[in-house]
Design a binder for this molecule. Structure first.
Ligand SMILES: Nc1nc2c(c(=O)[nH]1)N[C@H]1C(S)=C(S)[C@@H](COP(=O)(O)O)O[C@H]1N2
Ligand SMILES: [Mo]
Length: 526
């Protein structure tokens, strides 16, 4: 092994130990204070917003794993360089670790829910990294100018076999290399154990136990019973199970909020500020409603939309008690992790079933979906209304405050656009000639769906059959009987909402206020 490679590996091992131990310390200070998630969070909050294709990457879930892996790879490269440098100059090595620590600490401080000890995981990790790097570098050894005969001896069957006395330093190096590899292995092993162990401990003290103990109150008003025939065979389930419900947020690690210490503060431009504890919230009148949520980042034909039975207290009643001052046209919602969104006060108070929700499909909210409490507003995209892990409601003005996504290029106000999607057949599927059932969903929350039409190739638009639905706040499934003839066909769908407006054919990208255009698929018939 070349000495510089050894030094580089020593650097990587030191970094691994730093990251691993920081995860253990973060069991005490909160998962977002560990350097890797902290830096990842800063990246999320600072990617340029208006970039269209970035919308999904920022909102999306899989990209979070990619972000952590990417940050880890960058750190490994950096650590390798620090190791190589440190062998030449120990002071440069220390400076390299110092820079790592500075970045980690700075990132952790910016996390909204970070404690005053947010610096601790990185500092402990960095201190251990210094020790590990020194230990390993001492074993990498120094190049020893040796006579050729000695080098042959080293390459021979046994270390030092018949070697002259002058070979001593080289023999020592060979022994040190074994020792070096052993220490390197131990360093990586303990880093892995610490890292995964820390994460595991952290998840054990997560709120799942508190969530299991929650007994949801009975609703004052249950949801209207589901009519028969809401479901079209082959189409997305009418009610999205919690485990399949799309998840979109900026949280690398979902905030763990203990209901015992949770509070909701309603303040700002109000006559009567209110603070609610979890107990007090559960004592408020609860209602149950089916509401379909949709994400503004959803592309035409996409699946960032879901329908659930929510249990919650009408937010309009809480706002009325707080008594907004004239001019307070924006209800700013703030999550425990600092994320914000803003809804028009007029919309939250116009009588629709906007809920401060605590239950989803008969369970307490899943942690990923905002436990213990979130807002659900029929008719507004999630990023302007559906604050998860909510802890603050501040009455303000649109002219005074821009919520999280607004400076990143998204609209201040964003009612959900009428949309329709073909679920069956799938794009690119093949079918036999004859009768083929085409089916899908359409949504225009709070206006309702009045008509869905399908067009095959250039034929006139034909009306689809609408399935039953529970209210105008939910999506509606539809089906269409198609007499398929051999060949390749294009199928399009468009919906008309309860106000009589038909979806526009003009495509629009998700930014700044939601995608538009008709969903179309191709089907091969033979
Ligand atoms: N605290 C918090 N709440 C949030 C978000 C977020 O990033 N942080 N994202 C919003 C967006 S963009 C959407 S579309 C909905 C998605 O809710 P879901 O993950 O329960 O489907 O949550 C909203 N609430
Ligand atoms: Mo969203």
């Amino acid at each position: 092994m070349k000495l510089s490679v050894g030094a580089g590996l020593a650097g990587v091992a030191a970094a691994a130990v730093a990251v691993g131990t920081s995860e253990v310390v973060a069991v005490l200070t909160g998962p977002v204070t560990a350097p890797l998630p902290a830096v990842g969070g800063v990246v999320i909050d600072n990617v340029p917003g208006p970039v269209k294709d970035f919308g999904i990457s920022v909102f999306g879930v899989h990209d979070k794993t990619a972000l952590i892996v990417g940050t880890g790879v960058l750190l490994a490269l950096y650590a390798y360089a620090v190791g190589v440098l440190a062998r030449r100059s120990w002071r440069l090595g220390l400076a390299g670790i110092g820079l790592f620590a500075a970045i980690g600490v700075a990132a952790a401080q910016t996390r909204h829910d970070a404690s005053v000890f947010a610096w601790l995981p990185t500092v402990v990790g960095a201190a251990l990294a210094v020790r590990v790097l020194r230990l390993l570098l001492d074993r990498v050894g120094e190049p020893v100018p040796a006579p050729a005969s000695v080098l042959v001896g080293v390459g021979g069957p046994g270390p030092g076999a018949g070697a002259p006395p002058s070979a001593a330093p080289v023999t020592a190096y060979v022994e040190d290399r074994r020792y070096f590899l052993k220490v390197l292995g131990i360093a990586f092993g303990s880093a892995a154990v610490a890292g995964f162990g820390g994460r595991w401990l952290g998840s054990r003290q997560a709120v799942s136990a508190a969530r299991n103990d929650v007994v949801l109150p009975a609703p004052r008003q249950t949801a209207p019973p589901l009519p028969t025939g809401v479901q079209v065979p082959g189409v997305t389930p009418y009610i999205s199970p919690n485990k399949d419900f799309y998840r979109i947020d900026t949280a690398l690690i979902p905030p763990q909020v203990d209901p015992a210490t949770w509070q909701l503060r309603i303040h700002g431009m109000v006559r009567n500020p209110i603070t609610l504890t979890w107990e007090q919230l559960l004592q408020r009148p609860m209602i149950e409603r089916y509401v379909t949520l949709a994400c503004v980042s959803n592309e035409v034909g996409g699946d960032l939309v879901g329908n659930a039975l929510w249990l919650g207290t009408p937010i309009r009643e809480l706002l009325a008690e707080a008594d907004p001052l004239p001019g307070a046209d924006q209800v700013v919602q703030r999550s425990v992790d600092g994320w914000t969104c803003g809804s028009p006060t007029s919309v939250l108070m116009d009588g629709r079933d906007a809920l401060l929700a605590v239950g989803m499909n008969g369970e307490p909210l899943p942690v990923d979906h905002g436990f213990p409490a979130r807002l659900v507003v029929p008719g507004l995209y999630g990023y302007v209304s559906a604050c998860k892990w909510i802890t603050e409601i501040e009455l303000s003005r649109f002219s005074d405050f821009d919520a999280y996504w607004v400076p990143r290029g998204w609209a201040q106000q964003a009612p959900i656009k009428t949309a329709s999607r073909i679920d069956t057949p799938r794009d690119g599927a093949s079918r036999k000639p004859g009768s083929v059932v085409v089916g899908g969903v359409a949504w225009a929350q709070h206006r309702g769906i009045d008509k869905v039409e399908v067009q095959v190739d250039d034929a006139p638009w034909a009306e689809a059959t609408l399935a039953a639905t529970v209210s105008s706040d939910t999506w509606r499934e539809w089906s269409f009987g198609w007499q398929a003839t051999p060949g390749r066909h294009r199928l399009r769908v468009r919906a008309t909402d309860g106000s009589g407006a038909t979806q526009t054919s003009t495509p629009a990208a998700p930014a700044p206020d939601g995608a538009a255009g008709w969903h179309s698929i191709e089907v091969e018939v033979d």
